[in-house]
Every structure is written in structure tokens, then in C-alpha cells.
Design a protein around this ligand. Structure first.
Ligand code: ZN
Ligand code: ZN
Length: 194
């Protein structure tokens, strides 16, 4: 659990949207949907503008779960999560993605699988940002792009496999019919006799 940056013995309940410092309920002010620390609010009241954001790591609250501020730069569709579901989830500490394994259930499984896929596409970036510590926004984007390409490769391999199986079955069928074998041929006639 992260601690308040002012009261080191108290649990933080959020991070300042301006400077990224962790704050407890007493040290924060909510403006709109965002949380600010008292020091930033004070600066804002005195100078009329928010203090300049400290670069990269100072503002980076990734990996702190519900306390993390999700940067608007990373919002958008996550292809890695959509295509690779729980495999992507294990790599990104997004354990809820394991629900995609429900797709092995008979009959209704595919609905659960497809739903989870779409949810991971929509929420994947946010969840991955909250659950894992990233060096920077660029680092995050770079890794997620790599996941996307692995997803595309996986999808391509899957399609090729299905085509290969169809071609194989079709060839067997053609060979069988050229030998005069059909579904009425008794099994014992298919065993070669010497
Ligand atoms: Zn602040
Ligand atoms: Zn505090």
C-alpha cells in the first residue's frame, strides 16, 4: 500500500493529477474527476496556474493500482489484449484476463471469451498501466506494440493451421472417392489383405 507523501504513516487514497505525489484524504482536493495535493492547489491559488509537471518518473504513478493516474496518451484500443487475452494478461499482470479461459466451457463459453476479448481491447491499456510499473509512456507504448505484433503472428498461425486442416481433410476425401470408398463401404474392406 502506498503512503501519503505528507503523512508517511497514512495510506494514500490517490495521486495528485498535477505533480503525481500520493495523498491521503486530508491532503487532497477533488476538482472535477481529478485529485490534487494541497501544495499544488495552493500554487494554483497564488499564481493562477498549476505547477509544471515534473518529468517522467516523478509523475509516473504506473503500477499503483487504483491510485495510478492513467495518462491520456495511452488511452485507446489494446490489440495485444484483444488478440492474446490471458497470455497478454499474464505478461502484463492483468489477472482478470484469465476469465477469458471460460471460453473452454461448452455452448456458452465462446460468449464469455468474446466478451472478455472486447473488454480487454477497451480496458487493456488502463489495466496494464495500473497493474505494472512502466519506465515511461513511451516504454509502455513500445511494449504494447510488441504485444500487438505477437497477437497478429498468433492469429496468422491459427488461420494457417485451420486452412491446413481443411486442405488435409479435403485431400483425404478426394483420395477416398478416387478409390471408390464412400460412407457405405464396410470398415473391414478398408483393411488391406495380404
Ligand atoms: Zn500536487
Ligand atoms: Zn496526508
Amino acid at each position: 500500500m502506498m503512503k501519503c507523501s505528507v503523512h508517511l504513516d497514512r495510506d494514500a487514497t490517490g495521486a495528485c493529477f498535477s505533480c503525481g505525489r500520493f495523498v491521503c484524504p486530508e491532503c487532497k482536493t477533488s476538482i472535477g474527476n481529478q485529485i490534487y495535493c494541497n501544495s499544488c492547489v495552493e500554487t494554483r491559488l497564488k499564481t493562477g496556474s498549476w505547477p509544471a509537471k515534473p518529468v517522467a518518473t516523478g509523475f509516473n504513478t504506473s503500477g499503483t493500482g487504483s491510485l495510478a493516474n492513467v495518462p491520456s496518451e495511452i488511452k485507446g484500443w489494446n490489440w495485444g489484449g484483444f488478440l492474446l487475452t490471458w497470455i497478454w494478461g499474464i505478461g502484463n499482470n492483468v489477472w482478470i484476463s484469465l476469465l477469458a479461459l471460460l471460453s473452454i466451457l461448452p455452448y456458452v463459453g465462446w460468449i464469455a471469451g468474446l466478451t472478455m476479448r472486447i473488454i480487454l481491447g477497451i480496458k487493456g491499456n488502463e489495466w496494464a498501466w495500473r497493474s505494472k510499473k512502466w519506465d515511461s509512456i513511451d516504454h509502455f507504448k513500445q511494449v504494447q506494440r510488441r504485444w500487438m505484433w505477437w497477437g497478429v503472428i498468433g492469429l496468422a498461425a491459427y488461420v494457417i493451421l485451420i486452412i491446413a486442416v481443411i486442405v488435409l481433410l479435403f485431400s483425404l476425401f478426394m483420395i477416398a472417392s478416387s478409390l471408390g470408398i464412400d460412407k457405405n463401404t464396410p470398415w473391414d474392406e478398408l483393411i488391406p489383405r495380404f
